[in-house]
Design a protein around this ligand. Sequence first.
Ligand code: C2O
Ligand code: CU
Length: 615
Amino acid sequence: MALWGAGKVGVLRLGMVAFVAVVLGITAALPPAATLPGAAAARPAAEQRAATIMIAVGGAASGFSPRTVSLERGGTLTVVNNDNVAHSVTSDAVGTQGDPLFDLVIPAHATRSLTLPSDLGAGRYPFYCTFHPNMRGTLAVTGDPGDVPKPPEFEQALRIPEVLTGRNITIPMRQADVRVMPHGPKTRMWTYGGSFPGPTIKRPAGAMTKVTFVNDLPKRAGSLTVHQHGGHHSSADDGQPTRFLIGHGGRRTYTYPLTDDGEPTPASFRFYHDHKMDRTARNNWRGLQGMFLVTDQREQRLGLPSGRYDVPLHVADRSFTAGNQLTDPFPSAVMHEWMTGPQAPPDDATVGRRILVNGQFAPYLRVEPGRYRLRLLNASLFSSYDFALSNGRPLVQVGTGSGLLPRPVVRQDVLLGPAQRADVIVDFRGQQGKDVVLNTIPRTDAGQGTGSRSAGLMQFRVRGTSNQKAKVPDRLTRIAPLDVPDEVAMTWTFDLTEDGHGSYWSVNGEMFDPSRVDHRVALGSVERWRLRNTSDMTHYVHLHEEQWQTVSRNGEKPPPWEHGYEDTWRLDPGETVDVAARFTDYAGLFMVHCHMLDHEDHGMMAQFEVVDPRG
Ligand code: C2O
Ligand code: CU
């Protein structure tokens, strides 16, 4: 990012800074949108009709400056963006429909103003940048308390997608109207099997599985391709971006043996989604996503919560029109036209204003006072969530998306970026009568990354009694030892590249080219790869096909929740992660890419070819 020029805006008066700081000290523990006691009395005159925030780059003052700003009810907030990327000023607090109380996008080197909605009463409103949620600030609205906009209520019972368990499964891809919001019209979506998310496929490890997808979507959806994320299967069954496509009216059967080197693959929490070249972001946004569970008997014998106590949760953000229809935020996919213009990289972040769980806004689930296994999937295009419970109880992580961890890890919060999954146990024992909210909170670790959203996602209503016997043993699985070479066979560097035509996301300096093979590896070998992020923002890097192990993170032993198999890693700016895998069973082409889907569509993808040395 470029350094910004001379600071010249300063409508906010120093006296007000001191005033706000004192008030914030008192009210820090209040929830967002709480009223500000005494604010009206302390209010000076008209200066607060307008206030300005600058977005500063670099140094200690980088971010919003000032970080707290005071404004009278109905006043005008101006934001000067001195950075060369877009930012937003978006309230944490949302209205009944889930949209932020205020939300202002400021393109690079631009100034934008916003008149506060007149119903925004006096109070303290934390805000953040939706593209860089680690940038945070607070707006103190003074004046009449007014009616503080009501936060959403948890009105809809959580839907559990239909579970398909057969050996031969057929899923039509079709347009359907889905109940997303509790009130008003349904939302027209592109779906797997008529629901969003699509049906959950649940199959035993080692059991041959064939899934046929039929393209009954409107013609403008174009050709499609379905990737089983976290799986191990032939290149032709991998859902490649440009090959083996499913044309309008066509169908394709994907064969998933659910084995690896003759052994059943680990029990895992995968998902399936569209992967079409240039259109992955749009197709996923419109609804082409579903969950995929692989089970095995060894896991079942552990005694973890099961049956109705095992709840898969697909979490994803989307934006809607007033009529509850999905917005269409995607620039033209005409050959590289996206490289210039307001949404060119790095401003190609698709952030949804409402966060949905299993395709529903603010659902609730009635639970017993027992232990529950929650399978958390972040199916968003860009946003990260740091999951935490409102009652302060921990999430005991027992698995990644790719399998169980060797031992459970007790965590207060679990940060997941796009395509990352966590298998966690939560304990509602002793919580009878309580309502517990699953929140996403601002990222709590010291990482220098992009940050996470802040919102209430769903509610658990703990009622009744339970005689459940579930437990969490302290040994869960054994990860097969891997003879990891000292030598790094391939380094994949993720960055932003600019050339004479515009900007694109790159891997090793290049834009994805389906006709180029970026690395070749011999079938049967073990390789150590290095993933490096040299850009200014966090990326979530996904490797297809193998059972990857995390060797090191920034040269150190990875944290305990990265001691299992993994397929998608967070790479904060400047980070380096070493991974290793054995390349088994299938020769052919497979993908490496960022799972922020706009980044993937805008160049940040590469491919490796597994080559059979015996020809
Ligand atoms: Cu989940 Cu190549 O993607
Ligand atoms: Cu990325």
